[in-house]
Design a protein around this ligand. Sequence first.
Ligand SMILES: N[C@@H](CCOP(=O)(O)O)C(=O)O
Length: 501
Amino acid sequence: MLYQSTRGNSQPVSAAGAIKLGIAPDGGLFVPDRPVYVTAGELALMAGMTYQERAASILQLFLTDFTSGEIRECVQGAYDREKFDVPEIAPLQKLDEHLYVLELWHGPTCAFKDMALQILPRLLPRAVKKTGEDREIAILVATSGDTGKAALEGFRDVPGTHIIVFFPARGVSEVQRLQMITQEGRNVHVVAVEGNFDQTQSGVKAIFTDSAVNAAVDRRGYRFSSANSINWGRLVPQIVYYFSAYADLLAKGEIASGETVNFVVPTGNFGNILAAFYARQMGLPVKRLICAANRNNVLTDFIRTGTYDRTREFYRTISPSMDILISSNLERLLYEVTGGDAARVREWMGALQTAGRYQVDGETLEKIQAVFWSDFAGDPATMETIRNTYRQYGYLMDTHTAVGKYVYDRYVEATRDTSKTVIASTASPFKFNQSVATAILGEEAVRGKGEFELLETLSRATGLPIPKGLKDLDKKPVRHTLTVAPEEMKRVVQELLTGRN
Ligand SMILES: N[C@@H](CCOP(=O)(O)O)C(=O)O
């Protein structure tokens, strides 16, 4: 299988090539050049498999230039009990007859990003070797909170790699910020950006396609890659857990073979829900994909109207990982639903760049609406949902997952669809404990308490353990203090890589 650019102006590459490059040289995103399918029989077999076995069988379909031995090694190294605190890796919790929560945050950094960023650092060095690359890999990451820490943890001290993570200085939770600025490792850098996530992500993308910067780092023996979901190597491992959730439903007798289910995905950069879309294309029986947005509801408007318009106010919310107005992976969806029409994708992405908006045609919109449904939750609704879900089910969810639950309730109200539905739970509630503790305990109980005191408060009140990765974070030394303006990102990357900072 080869991978081609959504913008059609780059040479197709192997899976190893796509993983190594991260983004296509023409600024597009790599997509597989042909569909792959999983049959009902294969799906039934997955019900009896471990998470690791399920992962290996899906990865094998896409990473055709990796041997099965290599894939097995990567999978075993990534999803082991040292790193994940439950044997199921991605357990499914039942809330009621229709609703399930897929917990994707049992990895070392307590967010769903670990599901891919524990394995990408194993795939990438192999991809480098396969492509005959002799330069070291400089991984640039833009984060609104979760990807950054997961990428740092995954790539720390991985030979032949360096990682620079940029995060919006005031756009992440206090726990997320401390997770990143205390990061250990000889090959890691963390830089705060005086701007929002969109400026941070645009800054990183501009570096990838800047020939002068590329030439400068090349002279120093580096080549850039990405650990964001623009990298195909991030997306395939995310496809796995949709299959795994379905296999678990089958194994537990919750659904019959072939029964369609819905997935609700709290959405920002569109990578997670796009992975669910690919799973559906591969034959996973999925009825609707419910795209849950926060007050930055650019995707909800797009799915309802076909107009993508980022020229609107950017809000900081209590679900900061989703504070995004330019959702990178939508580009891949547009490519897929237009049957690979790179010219049209180029036109839309060009309009997004220059005018900040584009409008898709009626046929494209119809295809999107046949699969996707969307609504959004503001902060008050998110808080109320955390409180009500805890009261009704005794289940504690983080702010992003609560956006998903709120939107699911709106979906059922609007459609009366009672199909079994799985909410992708994207982060541990302890990662956003200020909001979560306030929601379930009230303002009074949290007044005057710092984030870390609240970890204890939340743990005592709910009987849930504080995740290992978050304990004692406040006692770790701060190692990264650099803050830059968005326009300084190019310079800083060069300085960090050449050791002049
Ligand atoms: N929500 C993300 C933003 C980047 O998304 P990615 O999936 O493209 O890495 C974050 O937490 O950083």
